[in-house]
Design a protein around this ligand. Structure first.
Ligand code: UDP
Length: 325
């Protein structure tokens, strides 16, 4: 059986994808530089190679060792704030590094890639819900690096026959239902783990960034999508690549406010969350949510299994109580 290379497979979303693909009978090889990834997140028995997008010789070693059918590419830096203060790091890794990966694929005759893109490629929404035709005007370097690669895919497809799916995630959340793997960022900046850690007394409180947005409760609305649902979308996208290349939003279409998250986390845990109101965070649009029933459903045949925010938070809570890394 040919193998799937999971670049960045020790990271948050990549590790859940590896778990899913292995369960579905795929033979995965994980490559990761372990800068943000966790070796413990890779299941026992899955081949692991330390490789870095910035080092073409490390990619060459991996592509020379195995015969790959396709690549899942999760290896990106993804801190929006850091992308503003240190854009070089983002352009080098997310753009130049991905071009190194595409070069290795081309050299070794690997034509299929499923790529982690983001709703951050849309920038400040001109309308909601956001569909794939929404104009793309990213407002930070992180979003721009992802958009540049999306554009390169179109050119590589026309010139070299690349088959690609760029999956534009909304807010990835939750953890494996069995509690084996989960989210572990350092520093952690995402709302759900921060709320749960505040509830658990590991942080003094959660700061709500802005309570004066033009939304029903004054706090930002987002579309939280369970990480295992993201994983299944990658598999469906990969299995469709012979007939479909393109760009697909991955969200539930459900709008959830910051206050909704706090209330749901209190319900799930049965504990109060200490809350402090804080100023808006720069670059946060009031609302970001996907149009339901888009190409993810109509083309890939995907349906998110987690539609209730409590169910998503329950998996994150299980992980927070028993995290291994
Ligand atoms: N947020 C917040 N306090 C925090 C972290 C996040 O109020 O400590 C808000 C943030 O303003 C946004 C939402 O929670 O409206 C989700 O933020 P997160 O960083 O999790 O994801 P993003 O939407 O930035 O990708």
């Amino acid at each position: 059986m040919k193998k799937i290379l999971v670049m960045g497979g020790a990271g948050y979303i990549g590790s859940h994808a590896v778990k899913h693909f292995v369960q579905e009978g795929y033979d995965c090889v994980v490559a990761d530089n372990l800068v943000y990834g966790h070796r413990e997140a890779v299941p026992q028995g899955v081949a692991f190679e330390k490789a870095d997008l910035a080092d073409p010789s490390s990619l060459e070693a991996v592509f020379g060792k195995y015969d790959f059918e396709a690549v899942l590419h999760f290896a990106a830096y993804a801190y929006v704030g850091e992308s503003v203060t240190d854009p070089q790091k983002y352009y080098q890794n997310n753009v130049a590094g991905t071009l190194n990966l595409l070069a290795a694929m081309k050299k070794h005759g690997v034509h299929k890639i499923v790529f982690s893109s983001t709703c951050a490629t849309y920038g400040e929404p001109q309308y909601t819900p956001i569909d794939e035709k929404h104009p793309q005007n990213p407002i930070n370097p992180y979003g721009r690096t992802k958009l540049m690669i999306e554009q390169a895919f179109g050119d590589y497809a026309r010139a070299y026959g690349l088959q690609y799916a760029a999956l534009r995630y909304f807010n990835a959340a939750g953890a494996a239902a069995d509690g084996s793997i989960g989210e572990s960022h350092n520093p952690e900046t995402h709302l759900i783990p921060l709320v749960l850690q505040a509830i658990d007394g590991r942080r003094p409180c959660i700061k709500v960034f802005g309570t004066d947005y033009p939304t029903p409760d004054g706090t930002c609305l987002r579309d939280y999508i369970h990480v295992e649902d993201l994983a299944s979308a990658h598999r469906l996208a990969l299995e469709k690549l012979d007939t479909f290349s393109g760009y697909v939003n991955l969200g539930t279409g459900v709008k959830t406010s910051v206050k909704d998250i706090i209330a749901a986390a209190e319900n799930v845990t049965g504990k109060k969350c200490p809350v402090e109101n804080a100023p808006r965070r720069a670059g946060d649009p009031a609302e970001l949510y996907a149009a339901a029933h888009g190409p993810a459903e109509t083309v890939l045949g995907w349906k998110p299994r987690y539609m209730q925010i409590e169910d998503i938070i329950a998996t994150a809570w299980k992980w927070e109580l028993n995290r291994r890394y």
